[in-house]
Write a protein that binds this ligand. Structure first.
Ligand code: ADP
Ligand code: MG
Length: 346
């Protein structure tokens, strides 16, 4: 009988993580929470310690023909800080591991670290170590971050309750559009190298893609207002995918309204007019906006109802099997995750 072979794309990224997790047992008392949230939670007494890691690889996460190394360094730090923020924590240290090919000069590494150091400065994080190795397949940047949060203030993906309000920060879909614009320009350049990039009208979206920010500001503001979200996750794979994570982990259903999804006018126009794609699809299924998605108890609504940068897009109900988008016409559509799944074939 032929040996069975299961392809990674049959499981998908999340299926693979579940499979790994099913063979993991936490044996140290200090390991409070392991696989399955934005960061692991480790006992640190009064303050719990948060730990997460994210890897960016050339050709998969970034294309050096249009990604300045400085921006890349900045983004590699930000995506980790975003995961610490998603646990309601504040980032404190990072370690940076690099896989380098001899294509890179020392000056290029200096530029990469200009970005890494700028992010550390902006978010008040210390770079405390790392590793360097050679890579045969392009640049690899892997960063791990440590953060802290008071023991009783950790926010998981699993705490959403019936009647909670679903909140999202900033605006969505921009980073995905930025990527489409950069890719389009690259193709134009490849066929006609004399063409200059036409990015003037798309600065906002290209900026969202190349130089995202983590919403630590919102974490601090919520704390000041005395609000602890009931659940939280950062939006790295698209709103739909993250909503489903909260639904599955909390054992609740979520209903959101299409006309409440925050989309910037520039994003809306570029999607609809320039690229002829549905802006709402960009928000739902695009990725890399690094905004925060969280739920709050209704009693906290008054405190943030006028906040300029927090949007209320729906509510939580008790039927875990029903995650719905209510369209502008009032039609309910089941939410499905089509976010970035690196191993899924198109
Ligand atoms: P995020 O998008 O917030 O970075 P991921 O989807 O990458 O989260 O990961 C989800 C969970 O799975 C996290 O708890 C992460 O630590 C864990 N995880 C991801 N890859 C692995 C792996 N190779 N081995 C063990 N745990 C993993
Ligand atoms: Mg995350």
């Amino acid at each position: 009988m032929a040996e069975q072979r299961l392809e990674i794309n049959q499981l998908g990224e999340f299926g693979l993580i579940d499979r790994i997790n099913s063979n993991v047992e936490l044996s140290n008392k200090s390991s409070l929470f392991g696989i399955g949230d934005d960061a692991a939670v480790i006992d640190g007494g009064e303050e719990s310690i948060l730990l997460c890691t994210d890897m960016l690889t050339e050709g998969v996460h970034f294309d050096l023909s249009y990604t300045p190394l400085q921006h890349l360094g900045y983004k590699a730090v930000v995506v980790n800080i975003s995961d610490i923020a998603a646990m309601n924590g504040r980032p404190e240290q990072i370690v940076v591991s690099l896989g380098l090919s001899n294509r890179f000069s020392v000056e290029a590494i200096d530029t990469l670290y200009e970005g890494i150091n700028a992010a550390c400065k902006n978010y008040n994080v210390d770079l405390v170590g790392g590793d360097i190795t050679s890579s045969a397949s392009g640049l690899v940047i892997s960063i791990a971050a440590i953060g802290k949060v008071k023991k009783d203030k950790v926010v998981y993906r699993s705490g959403a309750k019936e009647n909670d309000i679903v909140c999202v920060t900033g605006d969505l879909g921009g980073a995905y559009l930025g990527l489409q614009i950069l890719e389009r320009d690259k193709q134009v350049f490849l066929t006609n190298p004399d063409m200059k990039p036409q990015l003037e009208n798309f600065e906002y979206m290209v900026g969202r893609q190349l130089k995202p920010e983590a919403r630590t500001d919102i974490v601090y503001e919520l704390a000041e207002l005395g609000i602890k979200p009931t659940s939280m996750i950062d939006i790295s794979d698209g709103l739909a995918s993250e909503l489903l994570h909260i639904s599955i982990n909390s054992g609740v259903g979520i209903k959101i309204f299409e006309d409440k999804i925050p989309i910037d006018t520039k994003v809306y126009e570029t999607a609809a007019i320039e690229l002829k794609i549905d802006p709402v699809t960009c928000a739902l299924n695009g990725g890399e906006d690094y905004e925060l998605l969280f739920t709050i108890n209704q009693t906290d609504f008054e405190k943030i109802k006028n906040h300029q940068d927090i949007h209320f897009i729906g509510h939580v109900h008790d039927n875990a099997k029903q995650n719905l988008l209510i369209t502008k016409q009032g039609t309910p559509i089941p939410l499905t995750a089509q976010g970035w799944n690196h191993f899924k074939k198109d």
